[in-house]
Design a protein. Structure first.
Lengths: 402, 518
């Protein structure tokens, strides 16, 4: 990106660089970049522990520019989105954000994401995967325009207990009045910013939306303002620990998009993922509604649950059994960590009926590599409520001063 | 919106084409109160008789009846409801500018004569074996319903019953193209052209397109359930619809013309009736649409009541018509060289060879009409003089290929195509041009506008492997049901497809009648 670097042809550098790339490069100690939605992004800057504890104790900057963004605008934008997603978007007021999932005809999830209502007939849809074809096919018969705006908007997550204080110190007056899932408009010096009180950490936090050309100035201003409040740039690994504690699902990890699965029975419905609260079967027709009604009538076959597992070894990819003898397999773990804040060994897992009930006891088959000697351990796992960690500060308005 | 009346019936049938009327008649006989709503001022849809020049009448679409099951015609007592035949068992004659006419089944050379006899018997056997599949509901795949499993088993048994040799032969040829099949069997180009024509009439294919043996077998299967071969209703195809309408009204159905449906009403996620263009609302427990699937789902119902994947599939139905209809009012009977009187009353083909067919098709692939189009011609006035003033005649021709999406647009090319067609006719019937008193050309675009068929496709969608049986019109709408409770399809877009057959209308009515309640 810098003028001294010769521009390599695109096929030699297939991954795009975000507008924060130069700053990330400067701060990266591990040189640990990973591809994300066509961009190269940081996995770890210094160490996962350091970065994770900054999320829970200070403020963190996380570059979420690669998140796919679509602009949805037109007189039918509302009916269009209401037919697309399972939640009732008619209830979403201007300058508010809603977490949503959308399904295929079988009621199986294609993706999850957030819908920002930016005006009367203008919305932004943030998704994990590119899916313009599905969005356009869903628009047949609706007076709505859909365009991808991923490259036109830079985005930075500012998350952690001192996040509000950092933003205030940077000059965003009134940011403390922003309620969870609310959108606000601010200026940082001369730079106009859109803020939403949203995030993927389950903590106090904001997402800052700006034009790519102002990205570095915003980064620098926040780093300066946050210096005394422990601000730190983080990579995806630390964020992953926080999101599991918050009980949030990650596409491709905790479910596979119904547009991507090849094998039958690998798709997941929102009911199976424990997202029934996002499904409004009474709001009128939406894609997958008839299938979800039928699924509700039949009752659940399996469900995604939280697990609290004995010991301190994360149950990565563990199969789950009804008893320690490992004779009857009833599920498997999709995300697992040792939670540094909860001091619990937690996991997200898909469990067959009827073992998904809270309080059920299961056994997780955990493999441990001890200096190249593999050991197998059966650990007792209890089905527990999610989220594992939900501090009051995530919702407090105004947030505490620091 | 003023004066919006409100009424209620058990069933609304959208469209008074032959399938809509068959469906209405069966439903009324089943004790349902039925109203048929036809957008046009007259019934029949594409199966109507129309006056295209003062005193000259013609069947607007198909001009021969050969696919409607005899059993259905008896059941609806079409004879006593006024249907008479002007002629039955009509011969097919292939015309050529350079050779004498060839009437199928006659005058073949030694090798072709015996090959033709064998071929006819074998293909008719195959058609008959497949016939039950065509006349009944298409079995669905992946269901637990016994009816589906039985239907699949029956189909398997029908094929197995042919015996080992014929079963192998059927399975060998069923996915082939008709060009290869006919090359294997015959020598005469004229014979191959005429036989190949049946495989591609009304389709989006040339003889070398894969799946054209299937379309041929499809036609033979339907013909095996009909009786009387190629037949011409007295008074044109409209007379059939008049008889169907009479059967329907006598059973208690009401038929309203000039009553275009604006949209299908949905209440509590089920079809609840329709609103007419006039604003009038009619409530019903079931709405049965004989309109094509695209019109039904995308226009009358609207995508917002359907899932995205389903809408995507409907949108992708291949339904661009390639067949035009040419009507000529003639001051005297046309003279085709070497054709006898019996031949003149029959079905005449301009399909001189398979190569000619394929070349004609090539144009359509690139949005052009054929330079030397193929034709199925009848002179309906030979058997039914009442269609024209005394001593005068009508020529009715189905012309291929005339693509719906013509590169230059139909407005610009209409006259040039008409001239091309007349030139083609002039070559087999010299002097024809001078006797022309009136001309009408119906392009696929005209048929779309006039008969409200998306793409102007005669069959409401190509007949092809991927638009057949349980995947016709699309997965999720087999067996005449749709994703919306209370909404049914009964038109040519359903299995078993188009042609003046009436099976879709009958089978749809049976599905509606199976519903609980009145």
């Amino acid at each position: 990106m810098s003028s001294s670097e010769p521009l390599a042809p695109h096929f030699k550098q297939p991954l795009l660089k975000t507008p924060f790339y130069r700053r990330a490069r400067e701060l990266s100690q591990m040189d640990s970049f990973v591809p994300w939605a066509g961009y190269t992004t940081i996995d770890v800057f210094t160490s996962v522990e350091q970065e994770y504890f900054a999320i829970r104790n200070a403020t963190t900057l996380y570059d979420l520019t690669p998140m796919v963004k679509y602009r949805v605008v037109g007189p039918d934008a509302l009916p269009y989105l209401n037919r697309l997603v399972t939640r009732d978007i008619a209830k979403l007021k201007p300058d508010r954000v809603a977490y949503c999932v959308w399904c295929n005809d079988d009621g199986h999830i294609i993706d999850d994401g957030t819908i920002f209502r930016l005006g009367q007939d203008e919305y932004r849809l943030c998704t994990a995967d590119r899916q313009l074809d599905w969005l356009l096919d869903s628009a047949i018969g609706f007076a709505v325009e859909i365009s991808e705006v991923t490259e036109q908007i830079a985005a930075l997550a500012v998350q952690g207990p001192t996040a509000c204080a950092v933003l205030k110190a940077a000059g965003l007056a009134g940011v403390e009045r922003l309620k969870p899932f609310e959108i606000g408009y601010f200026t940082l010096g001369e730079v106009p910013l859109t803020l939403s009180r949203t995030g993927f950490t389950g903590d106090l936090g904001y997402e800052v939306w700006m034009t790519p050309d102002s990205a570095e100035a915003v980064w620098d201003a926040l780093m300066t303002a946050g210096k005394s409040r422990g601000i730190r740039a983080i990579g995806s690994q630390a964020l992953n620990v926080a999101r599991i504690e918050a009980g949030f699902l990650l596409p491709h990890i905790d479910f596979v998009s119904a547009e991507h699965t090849i094998r039958t029975g690998r798709d997941r419905s929102p009911l199976e993922l424990g997202l029934a609260w996002l499904v409004d079967l009474e709001k009128g027709h939406f894609t997958g509604r008839r299938a979800l009604l039928e699924e509700r009538r039949r009752g659940p076959v399996r469900q995604l649950v939280g697990l609290d597992i004995e010991g301190n070894k994360p149950a990565h990819n563990a199969l789950l059994y009804t008893a320690a003898d490992g004779m009857r397999e009833v599920g498997s773990v999709s995300s697992a960590i040792w939670s540094p804040t909860c001091k619990r060994n937690i996991a997200l897992a898909m469990v067959n009926a009827p073992y998904m009930r809270t309080g059920s006891t299961l056994w997780a088959e955990i493999y441990l590599n001890r200096e190249l000697v593999w050991e197998r351990r059966m650990s007792r796992a209890t089905v527990v409520e999610r989220p594992f960690f939900a501090p009051e500060r995530r919702r407090a308005t105004p947030p505490a001063e620091f | 919106m003023a004066g919006r009346a409100q009424s209620e019936v058990d069933c609304i049938v959208v469209g008074a084409g032959h399938n809509g009327l068959v469906c209405a008649a069966m439903l009324a006989r089943g004790g349902r109160s039925v109203v048929v709503l036809e957008a046009a001022a007259r019934m029949g849809g594409a199966a109507q008789t129309r006056e295209f020049a003062p005193g000259f009448k013609v069947s607007a679409g198909a001009h021969l009846l050969h696919l409607m099951p005899a059993e259905l015609m008896r059941e609806l007592q079409l004879k006593s409801n006024g249907l008479n035949w002007a002629a039955q068992s009509l011969p097919t004659t292939a015309l050529s500018p350079s050779a004498a006419p060839l009437t199928l089944g006659q005058g073949l050379s030694g090798a072709d004569a015996s090959a033709y006899a064998d071929y006819s018997v074998r293909m008719r056997r195959f058609g008959a074996a497949l016939a039950p599949m065509f006349s009944k509901l298409a079995p669905r795949l992946g269901t637990d319903a016994w009816s589906d499993k039985l239907a699949l088993l029956r189909l398997g048994w029908q094929i197995r019953k042919l015996g080992k040799r014929d079963m192998r032969e059927l399975l060998r040829i069923i996915g082939m193209n008709v060009y290869d099949l006919l090359q294997e069997n015959f020598e005469s180009p004229a014979l191959k052209g005429a036989l190949g024509f049946d495989a591609i009439l009304g389709t989006n294919f040339g003889p070398r397109s894969p799946g054209t043996v299937l379309t041929l077998l499809y036609r033979l299967a339907a013909e095996s359930a009909a009786e009387g071969g190629l037949a011409q209703p007295q008074g044109g195809m409209g007379a059939l619809c008049d008889a169907l309408a009479k059967a329907a009204t006598e059973a208690g159905a009401t038929i309203r013309t000039s009553a275009p449906v604006a949209r299908i009403l949905v209440e509590s996620d089920r079809a609840a009736g329709v609103v007419l263009d006039s604003g009038e609302r009619i409530s019903a427990r079931s709405v049965i649409s004989s309109a094509d699937p695209k019109s039904t789902f995308l226009q009358l119902l609207g995508p917002r009541y359907l899932d995205t994947g389903f809408v995507r599939r409907v949108k992708h139905i291949r339904s661009r018509g390639l067949a035009a209809k040419l009507h000529l009012a003639l001051n005297q009977a046309p003279r085709f060289e070497g054709l006898d009187a019996a031949g003149l009353g029959g079905r005449l083909l301009i399909a001189p060879s398979l190569e000619h067919l394929e070349h004609a098709y090539n144009h359509s692939k690139y949005g052009e009409f054929s330079a030397e189009p193929l034709m199925e011609i009848t002179i309906p006035t030979v058997n039914d003089p009442g269609l024209a003033p005394a001593g005068r005649h009508v020529l009715s021709a189905i012309v291929q290929y005339a693509p719906y999406a013509l590169k230059q647009g139909w407005q610009a090319e209409r006259q040039r195509f008409t001239d091309t067609c007349i030139d083609t006719l002039e070559r087999v019937a010299p002097g024809l041009r001078s006797s022309i008193a009136g001309v009408e050309l119906l392009t696929p675009l005209d048929m779309e506008r006039e008969f409200r068929i998306s793409g102007g496709h005669w069959h409401h969608g190509d007949l092809a492997f991927d638009q057949f049986l349980m995947v016709r019109p699309v997965p999720g709408a087999a067996q005449h049901r749709t994703p919306l409770e209370g909404l049914f399809l009964c038109g040519a877009g359903c299995h078993p497809g188009g042609g003046v057959m009436g099976i879709a209308g009958r089978n749809a009515a049976q599905q509606v009648l199976q519903q609980a309640g009145p």
